[in-house]
Design a protein around this ligand. Structure first.
Ligand SMILES: COc1cccc(CC(=N)NC(=O)c2cccnc2OC2CCNCC2)c1
Length: 389
């Protein structure tokens, strides 16, 4: 019964791998809006759809609580993502967002929220085509309702609502292999608080290593080293947009950010996203940029700690400061802000600094997917310029 659902969907199928006769691009053509199913898909009897209005505090709380207790855990079920409420409100409401793409499932009787899925609009370039897509994320079914086949109907419903907005492609990631990854990335972790990471079982003491030797190994300077390194501010949006668009143009798949997108996704927001840039002291030109987003994890079953604070590498551009030095300054800032760990994928040019900055490989992979868009060969991570939350 592997992939019974995905075999029915317009995605690259395993049987098509290597079939060079199939053209790159959309798999199915758009249908006239009048032919898109007008009413929601049927849910099992006890459940009903709800469109989640994330501008409502109560709704934000319900979504936060569902995800906090039921969203993605690591392979050993020791940690669970714990996105903050302000992070979720930010993630769901970028420029041009559609409320109808914030989809929940309630129990009819109790009105309890038991499942969720979101889409946000994104212009994503694939080679030289800019495609209007939906970024699908935060698919979550309550632990008690797993294997009731709710996920396929939720995916079909968000697809239907995306089609109603005349959008026919999507991008998503998963820790599992589905038909068919457009890229498969390795994740890496850089310890900032090695003692806590070892205490909670995130890391293990290296062979022939003592704790004090390990703490010394990961020690970072108290302050950043690059002249002109500072937090990004609103007036930097045009310069950062130019820098980012030029940098991302080299990748096969990357967001087509404009100034509105940069203002939303990259302007620093407390406890959500941090962005820094290098402004040349001589010319006042913005030459480099680095950013990370804040995604804590609940530590499941540890007496001394309840939360792992993690920074996730977002978009980084180096044109003058060596990327190694720029990212070391990002580590220094993350340590100053008391993060426990700094995570990164081996996408873009990240491979060039991971080992040297003492990142260790994680125990899993993150697979990237496109919906209704065929890429002839899976991309190398270094060809991918897209980071999803
Ligand atoms: C440490 O706490 C965890 C809690 C849940 C899962 C994992 C492992 C994992 N699955 N990690 C990643 O997917 C990951 C590792 C490095 C960078 N980005 C990542 O995922 C991002 C992007 C995809 N959506 C989730 C966050 C770790």
């Amino acid at each position: 019964r592997r992939h019974k659902f995905w075999e029915t969907q317009p995605v690259g199928q395993f049987k098509d791998i290597g079939d060079t006769s199939l053209p790159e691009g959309p798999i199915e053509l758009p249908t006239p809006l009048s032919e898109v199913k007008q009413e929601p898909y049927n849910l099992p009897n006890l459940y009903e759809w709800i469109t989640c209005d994330m501008s409502s505090e109560d709704m934000c709380n319900e979504v936060f609580n569902l995800l906090s207790n039921n969203y993605v855990e690591d392979d050993e079920n020791m940690f669970r993502f714990n996105y903050s409420k302000e992070f979720l409100c930010w993630a769901f409401q970028p420029p041009g967002f559609f409320k109808s793409w914030h989809i929940g499932v309630r129990v009819k009787s109790s009105k309890k929220l038991v499942a969720f899925i979101t889409g946000v609009p994104a212009r994503i370039r694939v080679r030289d085509e800019v495609v209007n897509m939906a970024e699908i994320n935060f698919l979550c079914v309550h632990k008690k309702l797993r294997s009731k086949r709710l996920a396929p109907v939720m995916i079909k419903e968000v697809t239907r609502r995306v089609h109603l907005e005349n959008i026919w492609q999507a991008a998503y990631t998963a820790g599992v292999v589905l038909p068919t990854p457009m890229a498969t990335c390795q994740y890496w972790h850089r310890s900032l608080n090695p003692k806590k990471l070892i205490d909670v079982g995130f890391s293990r003491l290296g062979a022939r290593m003592t704790m004090s030797r390990t703490i010394k190994l990961y020690k970072l300077p108290e302050s950043t080293v690059t002249a002109g390194f500072r937090k990004m501010e609103l007036h930097d949006v045009p310069a950062v947009t130019r820098l980012l668009r030029t940098y991302l143009s080299q990748f096969v798949v990357a967001p087509d950010f404009d100034e509105n997108d940069v203002e939303h996704w990259l302007l620093p927001k407390e406890n959500v996203v941090d962005s820094y840039l290098v402004e040349s002291p001589e010319t006042h030109e913005v030459t480099d940029f680095c950013s990370f987003y804040t995604l804590p994890s609940t530590i499941l079953g540890n007496q001394n700690y309840s939360t792992l604070t993690a920074a996730y590498s977002y978009y980084n551009v180096s044109t003058k400061t060596p990327l190694l030095q720029l990212m070391n300054d990002a580590l220094i800032v993350a340590k100053q802000k008391d993060y426990d760990v700094f995570n990164a994928l081996d996408v873009m040019d990240n491979e060039s600094f991971l080992k040297e900055l003492k990142f260790g490989p994680g125990d899993g992979k993150l697979h990237y997917y496109l919906y209704n868009y065929r890429i002839r060969h899976a991309l190398k991570p270094s060809e991918l310029g897209l980071v999803l939350l």
